[in-house]
Design a protein around this ligand. Sequence first.
Ligand SMILES: *Cc1c(COP(=O)(O)O)cnc(C)c1O
Length: 354
Amino acid sequence: MKTPEELVRPEILALSAYAVADSEGMVKLDAMELPYALPEALRARLAERLSRCELHRYPDPTGRRLRAQLAQRMRVPPGMSVMLGNGSDDLIQIVTFTLARPGAVMLVPEPTFVIYRTNATLAGMRYAGVPLRADFSFDREAFLAALRELRPALVFLAYPNNPTGTLYPAADVEAVIRAAEGLVVLDEAYHAYAGASFMARLAEFPNLAVMRTVSKLGLAGIRLGYLAAHPRWIEQFDKVRQVYNVNVLTQTAAEFALEHLSVFEAQAAQVLAEREPLAQALAALAGVTVFPSAANFLLVRVPDAARVHAELRRRGVLVRSFHGAHPLLENCLRITVGTPQENRILLDALRACL
Ligand SMILES: *Cc1c(COP(=O)(O)O)cnc(C)c1O
């Protein structure tokens, strides 16, 4: 009998599973979740709504009602289609598997969201990264040169980028979309915090898809992402999507959330109001560099990230270390913006261990 190591595809053997730290009892500032739970007043109403779900039936396979509601509330331009995913992670996988023809290339700026690369590997797609500049700004000339050389079938631009927080200039994004012969997916996971989006311009570009998630807006637990693009793209992606990829509880909870969108937006606005004060307080600490962010997190460089990360953890604060993940991220920590109280705890802990 052969061992798993002999049978498993070598590129999968070489991967490591996505690590999620144990956060029991911690101040959790590692995963860009909204720090506010669903308000008490809405809980009973949501429970009532969920209790009416037909759990004995399969869900609507494409989530027609939810898609229509999303298209309206998120101002998807007329004539464009929306596809739902079990989180945007699911959508990244669907798009990648659909375009992974033999020899096809995925191109991304680096450092960025690692799930793009994981999916390229799983789909057998060639992967290439173009480094951002040392200050994490977009290197337009280098990226356009790579586009010409590699002619990727698929480009992912996280807008703003994770883990750097960078919002690339709209003119650079537009130049990439115009120069690309393949599909450009703008990953707008942080749109609620960014104050910028290409959604309104979607119909201008036949090779653009805009992807979003409700995860960073207070609903990470329900797992829902959506992708808006020209119907010709969605028609193909729909063949790769698992038929019932978004369950009925998620569809119902998301419909409920969209009816109360202003509640979630108000909570996001509270987080956004904390971002600059936190950035300034962090920058005032000796030895700490804070990079500009258009998302609900801040990337910082500290003198010794491994030690600071462990020290913070010992003091009950969980942040994410990116030291070792990419050469440009040396000694970098990513800190989710929390409640005012959580941010104070973080600052006190950081002051104590620097
Ligand atoms: C968090 C994040 C996602 C994942 O979203 P889910 O909907 O929770 O799967 C996708 N893209 C980027 C850039 C992210 O930071």
